[in-house]
Design a protein around this ligand. Structure first.
Ligand SMILES: O=C1O[C@H](COP(=O)(O)O)[C@@H](O)[C@H](O)[C@H]1O
Length: 274
């Protein structure tokens, strides 16, 4: 693995193989969960859809399946598609089948998003549940933003640079006061989705963005490179707007997704020996 620290509080890890990435991700999540349980007594983690689930496979194996304090884990989703929980597009379904059914997380600690309501009501319900859990500090609270402070938010990134269900140029990117919102016009199917807003994502203690494949290379480059603003500067990608207020961001990339990064840039070069 190569590691670089391009910006304050952020790091890029680049892996030769899918197994190497899954192994490092398991160790990273294990360390964040242990610190959170030690400091707060809980580990509040938000999951996402897409290929992320397959990179959680090593976390389901020894030693983690035996050593982690799974009874302290609380599970949330950074976004969900408005489909039934048994639908192929459901982010809950993919995580249930690929991760949650393989580790001893308490079912009462799994806060999936209501699939039996309108998308608007599901978003309202979900924000209400999160507010109750913040009140009792199962989820922490950010002192600077008053937002929930998830211990870890795991995100994927689409080739258009979207994270959770926050898509480029969408008005949902502007929301400042809502914690959870809904959209009915997703550029990618299904159209109706529920999503964390940027203030919630950026208030987390730790954020990891996973991106693999050459189709993500341009978006990775635009999200992490030191672009200057100018008349032709495109609207910032949602992934570029992921900037933790007080937390730390780690990118997990394979070689293909990292292939458009300019490795001659001083910031990358500096940490090349890592
Ligand atoms: O639609 C979604 O897409 C992103 C990225 O997934 P990918 O399949 O384009 O790599 C995912 O992180 C998000 O949770 C999901 O709802």
């Amino acid at each position: 693995m190569a590691a670089y620290e391009p910006k304050k509080n952020s790091e890029i890890r680049i892996f030769e193989s899918s197994d190497e990435m899954a192994t490092d991700l398991a160790e990273y999540i294990s360390q964040v969960s242990e610190i959170s349980v030690k400091e707060r007594g809980y580990f509040a983690i938000a999951l996402s859809g897409g290929p992320l689930v397959s990179f959680l496979r090593k976390l389901c194996e020894a030693p983690y399946n035996k050593t982690l304090d799974w009874s302290k884990w609380y599970i949330f989703w950074s976004d969900e598609r408005a489909v039934a929980k048994n639908h192929a597009d459901s982010n809950y379904k993919s995580m249930k089948e690929g991760f949650l059914s393989k580790v001893p997380i308490l079912s009462s600690h799994v806060y999936s998003i209501n699939d039996n309501a309108t998308v608007e009501d599901a978003a309202t319900d979900y924000e209400f549940v999160i507010r109750q859990l913040v009140k009792v500090r199962t989820i922490g609270v950010s002192e600077s933003t008053d937002c929930p402070k998830f211990d870890l938010i795991l995100l994927g990134m689409g080739s258009d640079g979207h994270v959770a269900s926050l898509f480029p140029k969408h008005q949902a990117l502007e929301l400042k006061d809502d914690w959870v919102t809904y959209i009915t016009d997703s550029p990618q199917p299904p159209p109706e989705r529920i999503t964390f807003t940027l203030p919630v994502i950026n208030s987390a203690s730790n954020i990891a963005i996973l991106a693999t494949g050459v189709d993500k290379a341009t978006a990775v480059h635009l999200a992490v490179s030191d672009c200057r603003d100018g008349p032709d500067t495109p609207a910032p990608l949602p992934a570029r707007m992921v900037q933790p207020t007080n937390g730390k961001l780690v990118w997990f990339l394979d070689n293909a997704a990292a292939s458009s990064l300019d490795m001659s840039d001083g910031a990358y070069q500096q940490h090349r020996e890592y």
